[in-house]
Design a protein around this ligand. Structure first.
Ligand SMILES: [Zn+2]
Length: 233
């Protein structure tokens, strides 16, 4: 996914200016169970990858204050009559997904998720254009700078004025509704993601963990996710 410089600037401005109201609005979405979000499918095509043959979709989630984008890869029969599919909701991590960064485990999680979907011959990856748990690409790099000075990933986000996690999952829930998928086996270590999807009306019948091999460079990051964010692995 290409990020234009002006998009990044706008995202930083919008999110820092509106982070408080945006975050509290997201709880409103969950409480009502229906996201205030208009979903547009803008494209659909065949998508051969080195993992396997997928279909690729482009979606726009239009909210009153902003438009969020997501790319969806699907494989196999996802019709409502078929069993709950494996689903991975992955937040874009340019540094990990493209450059194979060893500061985080995102790329490993992405590869494990795609391998598991391909092994079953069916499933879905929802790839959200939400860098750095929603703070934006350049802010994530600023957070890395603070982490180099000794802060952990949550402390760094908070020092920059952001909540630890700005994601609300209204867009993935709307996408699952679009495909009429009511039940999923969620590929995730994050219990909050399970709770958020359930509040949005998607039944998580199983949480399938994704355990990326721990490296010297990811030990602290994974420890913070485990100890401070409740991730299970
Ligand atoms: Zn990452």
């Amino acid at each position: 996914m290409t990020i234009l410089a002006n998009e990044v600037d706008t995202a930083i401005f919008n999110k820092s200016a509106a982070s408080c109201s945006w975050f509290s609005m997201s709880f409103g979405f969950y409480n009502r169970g229906l996201p205030e979000l208009k979903l547009d499918k803008v494209a659909e095509a065949e998508f051969p990858t080195r993992f396997g043959q997928f279909r690729i979709f482009g979606f726009a989630g239009i909210r009153p204050t902003e438009t969020e984008e997501a790319v969806v890869l699907t494989m196999g029969d996802l019709s409502p009559a078929s069993p709950a599919p494996l689903v991975r909701i992955h937040s874009q991590c340019l540094t990990g997904d493209v450059f194979h960064s060893l500061r985080c485990d995102c790329r490993s999680q992405l590869e494990i998720a795609l391998d598991k979907i391909v092994a079953e011959g069916r499933g879905m990856l929802i790839y959200e254009h939400q860098e750095g748990r929603g703070i934006g690409l350049l802010n994530k790099l600023r957070a890395y700078e603070l982490q180099d000075q000794g802060l952990d990933t949550i402390e760094a986000n908070e020092k920059l004025g952001f909540a630890a996690d700005l994601r609300d999952y209204a867009l993935p829930a709307a996408i699952l509704n679009y495909f009429k998928i009511e039940q999923v086996r969620l590929l995730s270590n994050n219990p909050e993601k399970v709770a958020a999807l359930e509040k949005a009306g998607i039944r998580v019948v199983e949480r399938a963990p994704i355990i990326a091999p721990e490296l010297d460079t990811t030990t602290e990051y994974l420890k913070t996710k485990r100890d401070k964010m409740g991730h299970l692995f």
